[in-house]
Design a protein around this ligand. Structure first.
Ligand SMILES: C[S@@+](CC[C@H](N)C(=O)[O-])C[C@H]1O[C@@H](n2cnc3c(N)ncnc32)[C@H](O)[C@@H]1O
Length: 249
């Protein structure tokens, strides 16, 4: 597995890509159906803070944790531009006990993180420790049930054949990463005493688009509407690039 640090520069260069714009919009729309006003939020692996700043803009009290000083600096800039406050802490998931000293949150988010960690279930166990009883955990995984879909719609047949039974993949940043199947993820939640309230797909129809494609301003709103709808309906959500799980502690 590749450390995210080695591809961080590529990630930062592509924040305005269609693929990322769709991903961020769809996750925010899905999360908005589960938010309480004034909730406290921990966003672990918050990176540049796209979701952290959006949540703060809605009036939530947000703490972002990430090991990257450069991405946290981007978050700070975005928060200033949006006129909101986000507490930022430098650290990894494994550092949370020391960083937060027992603090618990109404909502804990981990988006785009588990594919870079060696043990998804252990990560969920670490995340749930930060959720107050009755609070929510929101996390995404690379959808291991549909790993052949992206190479398939791109006509990359050899990659698609290898992906049907794969559990790892090379992502658009060039990193080796982990994919997870919905049934396994639901099992992690059950064993961590989490009740799955909802699961969604993230990025269906735009997943085959080139990593460098940027949004077309004339069609972006319709595209986002289609992706949000696809993310909540069968069979489309099952074909999504990522799964977004919302579970209650
Ligand atoms: C793909 S980015 C996602 C950023 C943001 N959550 C989003 O969805 O746009 C992955 C983030 O995880 C962070 N990260 C990598 N390893 C981590 C770890 N062990 N603990 C916490 N964050 C980590 C990276 O620095 C990076 O900001």
């Amino acid at each position: 597995m590749t450390s995210f640090k080695t591809v961080e520069g590529i990630w930062a260069d592509r924040l305005g890509s269609l693929r990322n714009v769709v991903r961020q919009h769809v996750i925010a729309a899905q999360l908005s159906e589960h938010l309480d006003a004034d909730a406290s939020v921990l966003d672990i692996g918050c990176g540049q803070g796209t979701q952290a700043v959006r949540l703060a803009t809605r009036g939530l009290q947000v703490t972002g944790v990430d090991p990257s000083a450069d991405l946290l600096a981007r978050l700070d800039e975005a928060a200033v531009s949006a006129g909101v406050e986000v507490r930022t802490l430098a650290g990894k998931l494994s550092d949370l006990d020391g960083l937060l000293d027992g603090e618990r949150f109404d909502l804990v988010c981990a988006h785009g993180l588990l594919m870079y960690l060696p043990d998804g279930e252990a990560a969920v166990r670490a995340l749930v420790r930060q959720v107050r009883p009755g609070g929510l955990l929101s996390f995404t995984v690379r959808n291991g049930d549909a790993l052949a879909f992206r190479p398939g719609i791109r006509g990359q047949w050899a990659k698609a054949i290898a992906a049907f039974d794969g559990t790892t993949y090379v992502n658009e940043l060039g990193a080796d990463a982990e994919a997870h199947r919905l049934g396994d993820v639901i099992g992690w939640c059950e064993r961590a005493s989490l009740r799955v309230e909802a699961w969604y797909g993230v990025r269906v129809f735009t997943d085959g688009r080139d990593a460098a494609d940027t949004p077309d301003p004339d069609s972006l709103q319709e595209c986002l509407t289609v992706e949000v709808e696809a993310g909540r309906r069968d069979p489309y959500r099952r074909m999504a690039s990522q799964l977004h799980i919302i579970a209650r502690a």
